[in-house]
Design a protein around this ligand. Structure first.
Ligand SMILES: Cc1cc2nc3c(=O)[nH]c(=O)nc-3n(C[C@H](O)[C@H](O)[C@H](O)COP(=O)(O)O)c2cc1C
Length: 88
């Protein structure tokens, strides 16, 4: 599971470094869940998905989580759906 805030329309620099490090170590053949947060235009999940594109056999979960400001009913439901998917 990769979780990042949105930072200037990108992801937090530490997460970018982490994903690049995964790529350097040929990270592959994994299922990855994306969790993003943001205050006005969350974009971290899209950016992380793009950064994962070059890796081999990476499957994104059907569910992702978007937290806009703070948790609400919608994001809590997304977390539950993601947990259900990951526990199958
Ligand atoms: C320098 C900076 C840039 C940010 N850029 C974005 C952005 O492009 N889009 C967005 O939705 N939120 C942006 N945010 C808000 C962060 O995503 C937000 O602070 C983070 O999700 C944590 O939420 P909180 O500050 O309510 O605890 C930015 C915050 C900072 C400090």
């Amino acid at each position: 599971m990769l979780a990042s805030i949105t930072y200037q329309g990108e992801i937090f620099p530490f997460m970018s470094t982490f994903i690049h490090t995964l790529a350097e170590h040929a990270y592959q053949n994994r299922t990855v869940a994306l969790v993003e947060a943001g205050s006005w235009a969350p974009a971290a999940a899209k950016v992380m998905a793009k950064e994962l594109e070059g890796m081999k056999d990476i499957t994104l979960t059907q569910n992702k989580v978007t937290v806009l400001g703070s948790l609400n009913d919608a994001s809590r439901a997304q977390i539950e759906a993601l947990a259900d998917e990951l526990s199958k």
